[in-house]
Design a protein around this ligand. Structure first.
Ligand SMILES: Nc1ncnc2c1ncn2[C@@H]1O[C@H](COP(=O)(O)OP(=O)(O)OP(=O)(O)O)[C@@H](O)[C@H]1O
Ligand SMILES: O=P(O)(O)OC[C@H]1O[C@H](OP(=O)(O)OP(=O)(O)O)[C@H](O)[C@@H]1O
Ligand SMILES: O=C(O)c1cccnc1
Length: 471
């Protein structure tokens, strides 16, 4: 399947595109903001992920002859189809860096260009960025609770939502996982791949010990034995110990064992003792079975002797939030700021082309984000976006702009960043976030506010629109 086609969009984008085209407005410049409103998992932040793939798509997207024939069959105007034959994205993208932490309501990406182009690419951008940011955020929570000394292996491909498994492996790595079992993700993104064995392999033998021996013989340098097929404490671990000793005689070392059922705290502690008593303290203990950040937290509280957590389903499907609610909203058209009116202030967008400044304290920890108009300096104070009486003074000397131009006239401005670079940046960025925003229970809400210029513009446009509508 070729996903670089501009048909990877919602019909209404093309319907609006045709209307703009037939009214001669298709070249009019528009700006859209990408932002989200609510953090998933009750998290205090979102880890932004997916930008490289989005830029890659924007550079390649086009309609093939077959795509255009299909649109013709669907009844689109022939003139519009002719226009689409040369379609490419020629706009400007400003973005927060991939691997940066982002907060509700602050623009993460702004897309400026001919309105039809900006509109057609909306669906893919949301599809790509919402999903990957969701999974990277989940992964970062699992890393946070596991601690730096644990190895995290992503096992999710088999239970991922179709082809999204590839993006999930990438996002998991950026969020802090060490390896993936997804071989295609390993090749595509240069992520280290690791794996153990399935129950089927043990079941295929008449006895567990021979299965272990054969695997160790054929994988002398990367052998992890699955010990729970029959009886973990009475058969799996004793057989693994026998094989580990046989490997030692050949100058090899068993890397580890994997527990995949039962009480993982109890079994891991019992396994650790049995291995240590056998002089095999180097053999690591891996555990899997519907893990997530909450089970891992519980296992840590129980002092489980687990070195490696294998996490699949709950990570790659973003359990228990199926989607990040990221949206893409028009904020400027024909050089005029645009607003959508809603009874609910939270559903109104912030008009105009914008910049977001992040403020730090003297210890280098981030403390607030202020949204202001593009071209303005970092403000020295901000207002709460929905409760304007709440104000906060800010020190512009300790502010950094978050939105940087990453694409101009449809071409990226810097080379592709490797997932390793992005993952390293994520570690650094999460390190700048104070602990109170990372805790799982009632994380402290990070402050995002508006400069007085944006506030005034929103209030002005709001009264103008309400006046026009007679309300
Ligand atoms: N000590 C523990 N503390 C908290 N959660 C645990 C502990 N041990 C295992 N779990 C989690 O409890 C759940 C147990 O799942 P389940 O009831 O299916 O048991 P099981 O042992 O996997 O059974 P099965 O043999 O059918 O696979 C899993 O999500 C697992 O990660
Ligand atoms: O629980 P997850 O977090 O999704 O981790 C991945 C799971 O996938 C495998 O089980 P599966 O039953 O599919 O195959 P198996 O026969 O190898 O156990 C593996 O043993 C894990 O239990
Ligand atoms: O390598 C493993 O142990 C593995 C891979 C995929 C799913 N579950 C486990």
């Amino acid at each position: 399947m070729d996903f670089n086609t501009a048909l990877y969009t919602d019909l209404y984008q093309l319907a609006m595109g045709q209307a703009y085209f037939l009214k001669g407005k298709h070249g009019t410049e528009a700006t859209f903001d990408y932002f989200y409103r609510k953090t998933p998992f009750n998290s205090g932040y979102v880890l932004f992920c997916g930008l490289e793939e989005a830029l890659d798509w924007l550079e390649k997207v086009s309609f093939s002859r077959e795509d255009l024939d299909y649109l013709s069959e669907q009844g689109f105007d022939s003139g519009f189809i002719e226009y689409l034959a040369d379609f490419k994205f020629t706009g400007t993208v400003k973005s927060v860096a991939e691997g940066e932490i982002v907060f509700p309501f602050a623009p993460i990406i702004t897309v400026t260009g001919p309105v039809v182009e900006c509109q057609i690419v909306e669906t893919y951008l949301l599809n790509c960025l919402n999903f990957q940011s969701l999974i990277a955020t989940k992964a970062s929570r699992i890393r946070y609770i596991s601690g730096e000394d644990k190895a995290l292996a992503e096992f999710g491909l088999r239970r991922a939502q179709g082809y999204a498994g590839l993006q999930a492996s990438r996002a998991s790595f950026i969020g802090g996982f060490d390896t993936t079992s997804n071989v295609l993700a390993g090749k595509t993104f240069q992520i280290p791949i690791t794996g153990t064995m399935a129950h089927a392999y043990i079941q295929s033998y008449d006895d567990e010990l021979t299965a272990f021996r054969d695997f160790a013989e054929t994988h002398p340098d990367n052998c992890v034995l699955l010990v729970d097929t029959y009886n973990t404490l009475n058969s799996g671990i004793p057989n693994a110990i026998t094989v580990a000793r046989e490997m030692e005689k050949k100058g090899k070392k068993l890397i580890g064992i994997r527990l995949d059922s039962g009480d993982l705290a109890y079994l891991s502690k019992a396994a650790r003792k049995m291995l240590d008593d056998a002089g095999l303290s180097y053999v690591k203990i891996a555990a899997s079975n519907q893990l997530d950040e909450h089970v891992i937290r519980s296992l840590k509280e129980q002092r489980a002797a687990i070195d490696i957590f294998g996490v699949g389903t709950n990570l790659v499907v973003g359990h228990e939030n199926a989607a990040l609610d990221g949206v893409y909203k028009l904020c400027s058209f024909e050089d005029k700021p645009r607003i959508k009116i809603s009874e609910n202030l939270r559903k109104m967008n912030f008009p105009g082309q914008k910049q977001v400044y992040r403020y730090f304290n003297g210890n280098g920890k981030c403390i607030a984000d202020a949204i202001t108009l593009e071209g303005l300096e970092a403000p020295d104070g901000m207002a709460h976006p929905f409760e304007p009486h709440k104000r906060m003074p800010l020190n512009p000397a300790l502010a950094e702009p978050l939105l940087q131009e990453v694409m101009r006239e449809g071409k990226r401005l810097s080379p592709v960043r490797s997932v390793r670079d992005i993952a390293a940046a994520a570690v650094k960025n999460l390190g700048r976030l104070p602990e109170e925003h990372k805790r799982f229970d009632f994380p402290h809400v990070y402050k995002v506010g508006l400069s007085s210029e944006i506030e005034q513009m929103r209030n002005h446009l709001k009264s103008e629109k309400l006046g026009e509508s007679g309300t």
